[in-house]
Design a protein around this ligand. Structure first.
Ligand code: HEM
Length: 524
């Protein structure tokens, strides 16, 4: 006779067979109860979710509008992808900074990775593996030893920009574009640009242009949210888009390989100018002359160039717009600016964000992604949720920045020193938590040196139209490409005095005198 009676055995059998069913029922109830604790958001449709609630461009405006109904946290779902929008500085900081250990991944960017050939760029990666080494490479090559060298070049390029604007003020937009390219080119590769149409800059322009076109093409692309579609060839979804993606793919490839190979040859000949690439090659050189981590060096320097040039250009153009917005109002910092004491650039970062600068495709900043489930203020946020920080809304918080549309440097500085008790706009201009921009020191210095130089030489005013009235610039940025830019605009650059011009010219000659005459020996 067994140890258990037949009745007990039957009961045990019943329990054993029911247990999984009970367990799954319990789990689904738990999950359902958790789901009911999701943050609020607009009710979507089955399967497609909020697909049609989001505009094709300017999503930050829609997020800000929803804030009135749903508050600081908004939960959306688009074709199965969960999205959490952080609509205030507090929620952005809580989720992306304080909980950075769980919020530092990126959502997959399947089109950029597969069709546009950007799988090597860390901004598309999860926060794991080699990304730490690559971010470290950027930090190590922008250090206290290399920074003074880079700053000399920034200074030279800013003075050069002022001289060129003096000669042909109507070309100022093109000249700013050129100047940011040449500055970052110097820093990344040590390449000096002399000719108007430099081959290296041409390469970079091709890359930037093709990336913008590809970004436009991926705008509403279904494969963005259904990654398996990128297993098919892009052309079956449209020839025009496929062409844009392919051009992007090829130009990225050129940018990764050609400048790097050139610098490598220069290092072998001991002729390389100081740069991120030279520094990284030297640091990774093996005793037999081979270079360790070569793929990382060439990819991270190409990414630094790509990440830096466009946004810095946008920032400087926004600064000019800001000067026009400031117009007749008095601001002590503008008049006879003291280069090292006044710090209007923090105002630019905030104002730029209020204008909806978008870094990353049509989101107010690059999105992050949750690695694991998260609990926040009683809400449940599932693993894999894409977190979108609405920096646009953060910069417009009226409790911190009254009349946020106004460009008012006096919020941050009395014209002599920077206030210490301010909310630092750089905290939201350069991203968040563990994914914060590793190149911010470079951009910060470039922007600062350029602003100071321009304000020293010029009074920047609204252009006067044929009717004798000032031409009002459009302050709304053109959105929806990788980085948003001011729409083309006109303005007047009025030199402050003959003495200011003389000082500009003598300073230009004295900063890095060798950089003005030596032609570039290498072509790519
Ligand atoms: C004014 C100029 C710049 C602005 C406003 C800017 C802003 C940003 C922002 C908002 C992010 C996303 C951060 C996040 O995910 O939370 C980012 C990422 C990045 N930036 Fe910048 N950036 C600028 C210039 C530069 C420069 C000059 C470099 C290189 C030297 C650079 C390299 C990068 C890289 C490599 C990433 C990807 C980091 C990652 O995904 O881990 N950026 N930047």
């Amino acid at each position: 006779m067994g140890l258990l009676s037949n009745k007990t055995r039957l009961a045990a059998l019943l329990c054993a067979s029911l247990a999984p069913a009970v367990y799954f029922l319990w789990r689904s109830r738990k999950a359902r109860s958790k789901r009911t604790r999701l943050p609020p958001g607009p009710k979507g449709y089955p399967i497609i979710g909020n697909y049609y609630d989001l505009p094709a461009e300017g999503s930050h405006l829609q997020y800000s509008e929803w804030k009135k109904s749903y508050g600081d946290l908004i939960f959306l779902s688009v074709l199965g992808r969960n999205i959490l929008v952080c609509n205030s500085r507090e929620t952005v900081m809580d989720i992306l900074h304080k909980r950075g250990a769980n919020s530092s991944d990126r959502p997959r960017m399947p089109i950029l990775e597969r069709w546009c050939g950007l799988g090597w760029a860390i901004f598309t990666w999860k926060y794991e593996g080699e990304i730490h080494d690559r971010r470290r490479m950027v930090f190590q090559s922008i250090n206290k030893n290399t920074m003074p060298h880079y700053e000399q070049h920034m200074h030279k390029e800013a003075l050069d920009l002022a001289r060129r604007i003096l000669a042909t003020p109507e070309r100022f937009l093109f000249l700013i574009d050129r100047m940011t390219g040449t500055t970052i080119m110097r820093i990344a590769y040590g390449h000096a640009v002399y000719a108007e149409h430099d081959q290296w800059i041409g390469l970079a322009n091709n890359m930037n242009h093709s990336f913008r076109e590809a970004s436009k093409a991926l705008g509403t692309h279904i494969a963005e949210v259904l990654p398996f579609l990128t297993l098919f060839p892009a052309w079956i979804f449209g020839l025009k888009e496929a062409k844009a993606f392919k051009t992007c793919y090829d130009s990225m490839n050129d940018m990764v390989n050609l400048p790097y190979n050139m610098v490598k040859k220069q290092v072998e000949r001991q002729e390389a100018a100081p740069s991120m690439t030279r520094w990284l090659i030297e640091q990774n050189m093996n005793p037999d002359g081979s270079i360790a981590n070569e793929h990382m060096i060439k990819e991270i320097t190409a990414e630094s160039f790509a990440a830096g040039a466009d946004v810095t250009e946008a920032m400087i153009k926004v600064f000019i717009l800001a000067m026009l917005a400031l117009s007749e109002k008095s601001w002590t910092g503008c008049d006879g600016i003291e280069p090292v004491t006044s710090r209007p650039k923090v105002a630019i970062y905030r104002w730029l964000a209020t204008q909806g600068i978008s870094i990353g495709h049509d989101t107010p900043a690059l999105p992050h992604q949750l690695t694991n489930d998260e609990e926040y203020n009683g809400y449940f946020i599932p693993a894999g949720t894409m977190v979108v920080p609405n920096s646009y809304e953060c910069a417009r918080d009226e409790s911190i920045f009254p009349e946020p549309e106004e460009f008012r440097p006096e919020r941050f500085t009395d014209g002599v020193k920077l206030f210490t008790n301010i909310v630092e706009p750089r905290d939201f201009a350069f991203g968040y938590g563990r994914r914060v921009c590793p190149g911010r020191q470079i951009s910060d210095s470039t922007l600062w040196i350029t602003i100071v130089t321009m304000l020293y030489v010029f009074d920047i005013r609204k252009a006067i139209g044929p009717d004798g009235q000032p031409i009002e610039p459009d302050l709304v940025l053109a959105n929806s490409t990788a980085t948003s830019f001011p729409k083309p605009f006109v303005c007047d650059f009025i030199p402050r005095s003959a003495q200011h011009i003389e000082i500009l010219n003598t300073t230009y000659e004295s900063v890095l005198p060798s950089a003005t005459t030596k032609p570039s020996p290498d072509t790519v």
